[in-house]
Design a protein around this ligand. Structure first.
Ligand code: NOJ
Length: 749
């Protein structure tokens, strides 16, 4: 009976909608307002409620407790969305509960953390950012979308676009690093990859820009901590990547756990209503972060959960992720006049709009396709894309006397390090749907190059405990028993490949660190092995910049291989043995020591920047100001020469050209970067700001000329009222291979 009712209503709504209006947006608006007019307040609040998955739906319905309540709520049209339900069959079953039992049969939207891949895992986002390859990044998001949608999902909680200058913060692995320009370009590419041109296609899903806002600025890099930043930083550094995703058509936003300048983001009207939905015209919806409405009380902002629901809804948080506060209090808050019905109407409409654009009213099961799920999940094509992305993400940090690449034959090679035989760690952190141990380990990758003789020993154990998202790894700081064996092996070998760094579960949410050195006993191991045989290549794997200063001072070659996902071992081996020439560039500064953090290239000049003889200048007495590796840095097996920087300007537009020649012995790729400095302005600007880049493939001996054009859009900035302005005057135009080694010309505009 209910099914029949739903079908009739659905046909009625569908027909009414599609026979009205002429253009797509008026049809959409009509459909939504028709539906809203039929909904009770409880049903509207239901749309604003999101539950996490709770039981195996293919089993019997829960009999009692919280699960039973959730089950009934779905059937009664009190739930608009679920997260953490995955698999075409599971999603289909849950969707059926809502569609076939609730009065209006409104489909749910299914969200999941598809952050760097679904089953085929791509490099962590920070690693992908190191590729500076927007097409590859877009493709990586598309692969993730293709796999996730086949598994029933239609909404990913990505991209994370939080700019961060603090490598202690574990979530830097999830973002694009420290720069708002690069971060904005990558954020838009990710949205395009997830959403494509047609959101209703069954292989695209809604993206979710997070975490709005300033989560990357949590004090002392400690996750969930307070953020306290000035207006200029908010407008010029934090907000631009968020805005870039709105311009790219992102359908949803997630707010953040932190408070910003005293207002928890979930209750921040200024951010959500004034900036996002007002100034930027965002027409999708905002979901809270997990439990962040409840946490308004814990922050010391709301008096109780009822007030929390009131503040969050009024501030523009449209959907409640797992606080259950809207479900509990919104209806009575409306009755009491503390929340206006228009707030709920607006929030529900925004949510329905996204469902409409996803095509869920057309076919609530459009994303559930068991056959497609079987066929495309971890397909060869997807793995090839992951391999391509992994290779592009690797950054060559040091290569003295062309130590790399390693010869493919005739060598005795020792491989040392706990990480080298891990098929789990290279997957990284956000791997909820990935199969356990589904990465190609470094050992496996190297074994393909069978012309050398290889021996492996662990050296020291790095970690113990369950390698899971919800458990904290225990780091070995005592057991040195493997060092002796490692030293012996190093002595007997021509070359030592040391695979050291962080396990994938040492960065990510709630994985902040107070030090940035090699964790555990790995530094001791490295020094002991180096003493036995200095022909060491360090293969660093990490989810964040590390202070590998000793290694940089000693070992001849270092590659940063982050956590590269499913194809990790293949990608690293291809770089080690020269089948792929690395071209990655750091999206985040590597500090020389922990004391320099936060450290970033686009800092201000200060009143005392000079290296003076006297003590009174901005510096440390026990440490250089210089980073270990600057933003934008990365080497190649070949070398590039920059020459003929030509800068001209007319009417506040600057034309720049530079010639880059491949002067080495390999074909290679180079990321040419352009920076500006606005010397004097009404709000002080940084000493350098990235404003463009071009990734070029240049054959050995070949030269290419790159041209850039900068207009007021690149040369201006946000003043402290949030207004974008351009002020003519003296500008430096700088071009080069990284943020330090730059050719410069000064111009007057
Ligand atoms: C909390 C995290 O902060 C957020 O990024 C994530 O999307 C949600 N949990 C859902 O898992």
């Amino acid at each position: 009976m209910r099914i029949l009712f739903f079908s009739c209503l659905f046909v009625l709504l569908y027909n009414t909608t599609f026979s009205q209006g002429t253009d797509a947006s008026s049809k959409e608006n009509q459909f939504i307002s028709d539906l809203i007019s039929k909904m009770t307040i409880e049903e509207k609040v239901g749309q604003m409620t999101q539950y996490t998955g709770f039981f195996d739906i293919t089993g019997p319905a829960p009999i009692s407790g919280d699960n039973r309540r959730k089950y009934d709520d779905i059937k009664n049209g009190r739930v608009g969305s679920m997260l953490n339900v995955k698999g075409a069959d599971q999603v289909r079953a849950m969707q059926k509960l809502a569609v076939e039992n609730s009065r209006l049969g409104i489909p749910m939207i299914f969200g999941y953390d598809v952050i760097h891949g679904y089953k085929t895992i791509s490099p962590i986002p920070l690693a992908e950012a190191a590729s500076w390859d927007l097409q590859a990044i877009q493709r990586s998001a598309r692969v993730a979308a293709t796999e996730a949608t086949a598994a029933g999902l239609n909404w990913t909680f990505a991209p994370m676009v939080d700019i961060s200058r603090d490598a202690r913060w574990g979530r830097v692995m999830e973002g694009a690093g420290e720069d708002p320009y690069l971060g904005s370009r990558i954020a838009a590419a990710r949205v395009q990859g997830f959403q494509g041109d047609d959101l209703s296609a069954n292989y695209t899903l809604a993206a979710c820009t997070k975490h709005f806002a300033a989560y990357g600025f949590v004090e002392s890099g400690k996750d969930y901590n307070t953020a306290d930043i000035g207006t200029s930083t908010l407008y010029n550094v934090v907000l631009p990547p968020f805005k870039a995703t709105v311009d790219a058509g992102v359908m949803t936003f997630m707010n953040s756990f932190n408070e910003l300048n005293g207002i928890p983001a979930t209750a921040d009207k200024f951010l959500q209503r004034n900036v996002l939905k007002g100034d930027w015209g965002f027409d999708g919806f905002v979901v809270s972060d997990w439990g962040s409405i409840d946490e308004l009380v814990i922050h010391g902002y709301a008096q109780d959960e009822e007030h929390a629901a009131q503040y969050a809804a009024n501030a523009g948080s449209d959907m409640d992720m797992e606080s259950h506060a809207y479900k509990e209090y919104l209806v009575s808050l409306i009755e009491k006049g503390r929340v206006d019905i228009s707030v709920v109407d607006e929030a529900a409409s925004r949510i329905l709009r996204v469902k409409y654009r996803l095509g869920l009213f057309d076919d609530p099961y459009r994303y559930c396709d068991e056959t497609r799920e079987r066929e495309i999940t971890m397909s060869k094509e997807n793995k090839d894309a992951a391999l391509d992305m992994a290779r592009k993400s690797i950054v060559l940090l040091k290569n003295d006397k062309s130590f790399l690449p390693i010869s493919k034959s005739g060598k005795k090679i020792a491989i040392i390090g706990h990480l080298a035989d891990s098929e789990s760690s290279p997957l990284g952190n956000w791997i909820l749907a990935a199969d356990d141990n589904s990465a190609v380990s470094l050992l496996e990758g190297i074994s393909k190059y069978d012309g050398n003789e290889y021996s492996y020993t662990q050296g020291v154990r790095l970690y113990e405990g369950r390698e899971k998202f919800i458990y904290e790894l225990k780091i070995n700081t005592e057991d040195r028993s493997g060092i002796e064996q490692a030293v012996k092996l190093a002595k007997e070998s021509d070359i030592v490949i040391m695979n050291l760094g962080e396990h994938g579960f040492m960065s990510g949410e709630a994985r902040s660190r107070a030090t940035l050195s090699l964790p555990g006993l790995q530094q001791e191991l490295l020094e002991a092995v180096y003493e036995a045989n200095p022909n060491v290549v360090l293969v660093l794997q990490t989810g964040r910049p590390l202070t590998i200063t000793w290694a940089d001072d000693h070992v001849p070659a270092i590659i940063n291989a982050w956590q590269l996902g499913t194809e990790s071992g293949h990608a690293i081996a291809q770089v080690l043995f020269g089948d792929y020439n690395p071209s990655g560039k750091l999206p985040m500064t590597f500090p020389s020591s922990i004391g320099q953090v936060p450290i970033y290239y686009n800092h201000k000049n200060t009143g005392r920047p000079y290296n003076a003889d006297l003590v009174f200048w901005s510096h440390y007495i026990d440490q250089t100001n210089a980073p270990l590796y600057p933003f934008g840095f990365g080497l190649s097996y070949t070398s590039f020469k920059y020459e003929n920087l030509i800068v001209s300007s007319s009417q506040n537009t600057v034309e720049v050209s530079i010639t880059v020649t491949n002067t080495g012995n390999y074909d290679g790729e180079e990321v040419v970067q352009i920076y500006i400095r606005d010397h004097h302005s009404s709000v002080v600007r940084p000493i350098k700001e990235l404003k463009g880049f071009e990734k070029l493939a240049i054959k050995k001996g070949e030269s290419k000329t790159v041209k850039f054009q900068l207009s007021e859009k690149e040369l201006g900035f946000f003043n402290n009222q949030g207004k974008y302005i351009f002020e003519p005057g003296k500008f430096s135009i700088m071009v080069g291979p990284n943020s330090t080694d730059l050719m410069e010309q000064v111009i007057e505009l």
